[in-house]
Design a protein. Structure first.
Length: 99
């Protein structure tokens, strides 16, 4: 019984640590299409909390193509997005390690 409780406690702590490892301003997504010439990226994403937006697939602008040069279609990523001058702009992106 003590071993089971200890295992459950350890699992809960591990889950809490994982949840804290994802920055709150970052959203999980998957790269569906990259258009470097147009500076656009299509992402299938989860809810974007800072924009109060549900998960969906959509096209975002990217101001700096260096941000997407390291990405390929199919990559699982964490990204941040902001509304700038009426457009939704990806301001940061990084590949998810081990996903």
């Amino acid at each position: 019984m003590k071993k089971t409780l200890f295992a459950l406690l350890l699992a809960a702590l591990s889950l809490a640590a994982f949840a804290q490892s994802i920055p709150t301003d970052m959203t999980e997504g998957e790269v569906r299409k990259i258009d470097r010439d147009a500076k656009k990226i299509t992402l299938k994403h989860g809810p974007i909390k800072n924009l109060d937006m549900p998960g969906m697939t959509m096209v975002f602008q990217v101001r700096d193509t260096a941000l997407i040069d390291k990405l390929t279609v199919g990559d699982k990523i964490l990204f941040s997005v902001e509304q700038q001058q009426g457009a939704l702009v990806v301001t940061g992106a990084e590949k998810r390690v081990g996903k």
